[in-house]
Design a protein around this ligand. Sequence first.
Ligand SMILES: NC(=O)c1ccc[n+]([C@@H]2O[C@H](COP(=O)([O-])OP(=O)(O)OC[C@H]3O[C@@H](n4cnc5c(N)ncnc54)[C@H](O)[C@@H]3O)[C@@H](O)[C@H]2O)c1
Length: 278
Amino acid sequence: MAQLFDGKRGLITGVFNKQSIAWAIADRILQEGGECGFSYMPDKPDDPRKKNLNRIEKLVGGNPQVAFVQPMDVTNDDHIAELMRVSEEKLGKLDFLLHSIAFALPDDLKRDTVETSRDGFKLAMEISAYSLIALSQAAARILNPNASIVTLTYFGGEKAVPGYNVMGVCKAALDSIVKYLAFDLGPRGIRVNALSAGPLQTISGRGAGVEEMLGLYEAVAPLGRNISHAEAGQSGAFLLSEMSSGITGEILHLDAGYNVMGSPGRMLDQIKEAQTGT
Ligand SMILES: NC(=O)c1ccc[n+]([C@@H]2O[C@H](COP(=O)([O-])OP(=O)(O)OC[C@H]3O[C@@H](n4cnc5c(N)ncnc54)[C@H](O)[C@@H]3O)[C@@H](O)[C@H]2O)c1
């Protein structure tokens, strides 16, 4: 039977471990017959154990649909250029590109936004927002017409979400970049979209206060639950596939409906109970 990604080839960034959202999406694409190359955060030169490389090798090693794994720090233009060279050499023209990268200094994430440091702001913006421009710019030459670019965003860029702080500001910039890139690349048929995921337990998610958010989403979201990694996988794969042709510049909310609520919804009962002591 024909599969969604038969004959499709693309680049996946942002896999750190099995919990990474990028892995959930890549896993689904591989199951659907796609061929992928992976970039990963380079190990520190003084780390003889090469933990990052080993972690990704554990996930993809031996899979004939995986064309390569290549180190790439998105703040380094030489790394990006080399990633694109390797991608073209091993995969030829690309049908999809997943950007699933974000970072802010833990101190800045914990601080109120009003206390954000200048250097921390620049770093967070460069890695979490500008990097989508940097990767799209470098990849443009090797993207097929009708290729799809997808990034991961969060609702904290649209509304103030206490605790998300500087990362919310980065996501607002990222959401805007999605729309401008969609316009720039539209004439070539290249689409650019963002998947706005609800809280998921990942390394970055824990740093950004996900654990506290899980209960809130369960209580407030129309579906009364959180999303799963598998759902992130299928929605990400949808946006990277031809099934979403005709959709570009979009922020697709995968959040059990949380973002449509204008009040705490069913959580109001709990608030009333706490107020009346019943
Ligand atoms: N976990 C959530 O609840 C959630 C919700 C919505 C959106 N997101 C977004 O999803 C994306 C992926 O995060 P995740 O939750 O899967 O966590 P993750 O930690 O698994 O992924 C983040 C990735 O960013 C990479 N990265 C950081 N700095 C980098 C750099 N300088 N160069 C290259 N790569 C770098 C890390 O190596 C890692 O692979 C992020 O953009 C995050 O903001 C996460």
